[in-house]
Design a binder for this molecule. Structure first.
Ligand SMILES: Nc1ncnc2c1ncn2[C@@H]1O[C@H](COP(=O)(O)OP(=O)(O)OP(=O)(O)O)[C@@H](O)[C@H]1O
Length: 359
């Protein structure tokens, strides 16, 4: 049965919203679409606080839509990407980051966060940040409560990839309110810096900054927090695994030998830090020419699966090389929001992690 999108939209317009009025009056619904049996839309909200307050509205909308004949799936994403107002505009929050770490007895849990997964790579530029943002979106679409901590101090790219340009607020200078983008709770070390500012923390200062990002951010209730690490095997990885109870690490690599060699070093490092490696992901695997459909393998193919086998680690899947991935990343609209081949590859990856109890 085909679903009339105006009927579907109209069915949720009378839902009462926090602060008075109805969803329809408040004009908060964006990108409403109906495809086959799935209804999708974005609820565009002002900030993290409003995004939280709208949880019951989302639940009610889901309930009403699922009761409509023909609707089998509902995907609602709450975003709060714009700066301004209570979130502190375009200035970094008034909170000093990069102080000396507080003494702590071993790795700590983050209150409310069930699992922490670090995403690492040996080599730079293999797509670790792209995989992080898309995997987060895919898991959010699968109904998980997901956060991203962008800890790539040398080149934080999550704000751009997730399209979050505002600044988090820290009203009391002690706690930080993360942003929301595409249904994902987001904090980046990049939000704490002025544009063009370089980070030169090392050793203890870096450890203090990592501790603050983990413990002083109001993460809320999350099923999973993904941590986008800098490439390689440095201080951030060390700080993270010493400060936080990391459930495990995912390693992203392209299939060619040089990348795999570096990936092996990263795997070795996580072993030394006693952080289990949950599996390997091959990025930029197959390239299918959009014009003629020819399949090519610019970086080789299957190298990561072979490596995983040799190291007796799970191979979690491969992500094709596609122009849409880069365009989506540059535009702040991760390709996993759509329905193409790459989005499906991410949905499979998310499903595998969820079914494996890792997310
Ligand atoms: N599957 C893909 N298809 C096409 N382009 C991709 C793919 N994966 C990543 N890219 C592009 O490759 C570039 C590098 O990706 P990304 O920044 O995610 O890598 P990284 O490993 O996090 O890099 P860094 O070393 O800077 O942390 C980006 O421009 C991204 O859009």
């Amino acid at each position: 049965m085909s679903i009339d999108d105006q009927v579907a939209l109209g069915s949720i317009s009378q839902i009462a919203i926090p602060g008075g009025g109805t969803l329809g009056q408040a004009d908060l619904i964006r990108a409403f679409s109906v495809e086959d049996t799935t209804v999708r839309f974005v609820l565009e909200l002002k900030d993290a606080e409003q995004a939280r307050a709208f949880e019951p509205v989302e639940a009610e909308a889901r309930r009403i839509l699922l009761a409509l004949p023909g609707v089998e799936q509902v995907s609602i994403v709450r975003t709060a990407q714009s700066g301004g107002g209570a979130r502190g505009g375009d200035q970094p929050p008034q909170m000093k980051l990069g102080r000396h770490p507080k003494p702590q007895a071993g790795p700590q849990q983050i209150p409310g966060v069930s699992r922490i997964i670090a995403i690492g790579s040996g080599k730079g530029g293999v797509g670790k940040s792209t995989v992080t943002s898309n995997l987060a979106v895919a898991m959010a679409r699968a109904g998980r409560r997901v956060g991203i901590l962008d800890a790539d101090i040398h080149g934080p790219s999550q704000p751009r990839m997730m399209g979050a340009s505002g600044r988090p607020a820290s009203p009391d200078g002690q706690r930080i309110e993360p942003l929301q983008a595409h249904g994902v709770t987001l904090m980046s070390i990049g939000f704490m810096l002025n544009e063009g500012e370089a980070v030169v923390w090392r050793g203890p200062m870096l450890m203090g900054a990592m501790q603050q990002m983990l413990q002083q951010v109001n993460w809320g209730e999350l099923d999973i927090l993904l941590i986008d690490l800098p490439p390689g095997t440095g201080d951030v990885q060390l700080s993270l695994c010493q400060k936080a109870a990391v459930t495990g690490a995912l390693i992203v690599s392209t299939p060619q030998d040089v990348a795999l060699l570096d990936a092996r070093r990263a795997i070795d490092m996580f072993g030394k830090l006693k952080t289990p490696v949950l599996g390997l992901i091959e990025n930029m695997s197959t390239y299918i020419c959009p014009n003629c459909g020819h399949e090519a393998h610019p970086f080789g193919h299957g190298g990561v699966a072979t490596e995983a086998k040799a190291l007796d680690l799970p191979f979690l899947g491969e992500i094709p090389l596609e122009l849409e991935v880069r365009l989506g990343g540059d535009a702040g609209q991760p390709v996993a929001l759509g329905d193409g081949a790459v989005s499906q590859a991410y949905a499979r990856l998310a499903d595998r992690l969820i079914k494996g109890g890792m997310a």
